[in-house]
Write a protein that binds this ligand. Structure first.
Ligand SMILES: [Zn+2]
Length: 393
């Protein structure tokens, strides 16, 4: 390949150029759990193992947590990821993202089913988030843009966050106009059972932990109706998973403008089955993709997630799946002005993927399982990128 032709031009050969991908749901601080949580038949088994293992690592700054997270960020970048939606309980991943120059919307996630003072809990979380955001390294511009790492407060899920804590988190979101948040919703049938009847495996886990509020009464509705009634759901609250959603849920989400973040490989691994992806698209819900954490997926390669989405949803047009992995994710995370499409004025976080001879449907090829070794970065800030030198300007 003639990498540096005249005046900084690059000859990539037969290749497709596309915006860097958007992984809208990760938990980098769980990267150390890679291959330590077995494939589960039931969600309860998976979650018990994760909780037990996390208790063995109480210090969030433990190098055994930090180093795998740092490696995971580098690998995500190598696989063509330009932007992350990153869930963090400890915020230990924020400086790692900053150090790597990886733009991200970080969701500082809270759990609390028996919270005595939910407002105080949210105030503490907000203070932590603001303190991290004020760090000069975190505030440093990435690709010439400031505000590349943003931190909001987020609720974990309806089975781990009380109604009062949900409301307090939503009030914090409403006080920060541009912020977006995220919630796990409709991932597993156990969540639906708990909300309708107040029974099942999740209740048993909470009782074992001594975190079951004796006066709790099930709302008697599904996850979407429950959070919609609480006033939590709108375009600024991403709903992650939705494996259990039916047509009524999807109609409601569409009307509320909620983006659904689908993580199909993780869903299968944790034993909750496949998401009804074709229904998501048929109902015109905005769909983004995420990998979820290395506790439930083999890698953070969003191209691999797209390949799984294609297997589950063969009738969805390829371009819609690609749009989900780029522009829809970028917009949902609040980064639509800078990422997700090839447009003048955006950040220029572009990648190229060589297309083998004989491939005629390029969009379909991008859904066939592109490997990190096939990705070439075209920006000048990424190591191993192809960059025009000298700069033509
Ligand atoms: Zn998650």
């Amino acid at each position: 390949m003639n990498a540096h032709a005249a005046h900084g031009a690059i000859d990539l050969g037969r290749a497709v150029i596309l915006p860097g991908l958007v992984n809208a749901h990760t938990h980098l601080e769980l990267s150390y759990l890679h291959e330590r949580v077995p494939l589960a038949q039931q969600f309860g088994d998976w979650v018990r193992t994760v909780m037990e293992t996390r208790r063995e690592y109480p210090d969030p700054a433990d190098a055994r947590i930090v180093e795998p997270a740092r490696t995971a960020i580098a690998r995500a970048r190598t696989a063509g990821t330009a932007l992350l939606g990153e869930v963090s309980n400890t915020l230990v991943t924020v400086p790692l993202l900053a150090e790597a120059g990886m733009p991200a919307q970080v969701f500082h996630e809270l759990t609390g089913f028996t919270e005595q003072d939910p407002e105080a809990r949210v105030r503490e979380a907000r203070a932590r988030a603001d303190a991290y955001a004020a760090d000069p390294l975190v505030g440093r511009p990435v690709m010439g843009r400031s505000g590349a790492i943003r931190i909001s407060v987020a609720p974990h899920a309806p089975y781990s966050v009380s109604a009062a804590l949900f409301r307090a988190i939503r009030a914090d979101l409403d006080a920060h106009e541009q912020a977006v948040s995220s919630v796990h919703l409709g991932e597993n049938p156990e969540e639906v059972e708990l909300l309708f009847r107040g029974t099942g495996v999740i209740r048993a886990v909470l009782e074992d932990l001594g975190r079951w509020p004796s006066d709790w009464r099930p709302p008697g509705v599904g996850p979407v109706e429950y959070l919609s009634d609480l006033g939590v759901l709108d375009a600024r609250m991403l709903a992650v998973h939705g494996v259990q959603f039916d047509g009524e849920d999807l109609t409601r989400l569409r009307a509320l403008g909620v983006t659904l973040v689908s993580c199909p490989r993780s869903n299968r691994y944790v034993g909750v089955g496949d998401p009804p992806l074709e229904a998501f698209y048929a109902m015109n819900v905005d769909v983004a993709f995420g990998t979820d954490s290395l506790a439930s997926v083999a890698d953070l390669n969003l191209f691999a997630e797209l390949a799984q989405a294609r297997r589950i949803a063969p009738r969805v047009p390829a371009r819609r799946l690609l749009e989900s992995a780029t522009l829809v994710g970028a917009r949902a995370l609040g980064f639509g002005d800078d990422f997700g499409s090839v447009e003048v004025g955006k950040s220029g976080a572009l990648i190229a993927v060589p297309v083998p001879d004989g491939v005629s449907d390029v969009e379909e090829y991008l859904l066939s399982g592109v490997e990190p070794g096939d990705v070439i970065w075209l920006d000048s800030e990424t190591p191993n990128s192809q960059s025009p030198t000298p700069n033509p300007r």
